[in-house]
Design a protein around this ligand. Sequence first.
Ligand code: NDP
Length: 314
Amino acid sequence: MNDNKIYDTLIIGGGPAGLTASIYTSRAMLSTLVIAGQPSGGQLTLTSEVENYPGFPRGIIGPELISNFKDQAQRFGAVMVEENAVEISGSYDECFTVKTDAGNIYTGRTVILAMGASAKWLGLESEQRLRGKGVSACATCDAFFFKDKVVAIVGGGDAAMEEATYLTKFAGKVYVLVRGSQQEMKASKFMQNKAQNEPKIEFMFNTEVTEVLGQDKVQGLKVKNNLTGEEKTLNDVEGLFIAIGHKPNTDFLEGFVELGKFGYIHVMENTRTSKEGVFVAGDVSDFKYRQAVTAAGLGCMAAIDVEKFLTKKE
Ligand code: NDP
């Protein structure tokens, strides 16, 4: 789709943050275009069961939740395109333009940046095949499914320590697989000690996963000691959590707005960015909470801020 219309707001990102923002802006009678990405839907589309999103007492499948968000926004008139933003320029005074990978250019008076963040993965074929089937990048989301089971988590940073400790509330045993030595661990001493004092946790240092076993679900892990070359199979593992960092999806911004800690978008006040008329919502600025419901909440806040901003300017 290519149109010459000037939208009141261009929302970049089709996950919970962007779609919630679009429900609010379109319902507030602001003309809204969502550049939702290809494939659209963000991290929720890679999740199976979502059990902690309020309003669904029996849980809901991730892609279905996204589809509900879309239907709700479209009901109020939001327009959606399944394209990826590749360039952004302009200012409030002269309008913003966003170019997409489909070669289209869209124009808006304001922008909400809601591109999310992507979990980093090990890059194994077996890991990708079993994503959502026992392999996860979010312990807060999926630990509940592993009651009394044996799980493993990869990573030696604070996130891995925090998630390993959280996993012990559910799992019977948690292997923490760290590719470096104990002395090289990135995690703070406090978080390391907390995890190390937890009886259900067993650390394996200088250890890398070489294969996730199983066809339709995780049924063990092959690991290798990168100092000795010794290979081992952890037969009892039924869940694998990857906690090796996240990357905010901000590559195309290139100096457009100020970035902050770890490359996430710097928030000036509420949902305002460093550029007038540009707002932010969801995981693209939030490296701490990273939940669908917090992203949705931030999307709602950004939409209200856009509405107030445009009203003041008129
Ligand atoms: P970090 O970058 O701090 O740590 C990433 C970890 O993953 C490192 O141990 C790294 O190993 C390992 N790793 C990276 N790639 C691979 C790979 N391919 N295979 C195996 N291991 C790999 O990321 P985090 O997400 O842990 O934390 C990000 C930031 O958020 C940090 O500043 C952290 O302090 C903060 N945070 C704070 C929390 C808190 O205070 N409550 C909770 C969570 C995060 P190596 O060291 O060998 O590179």
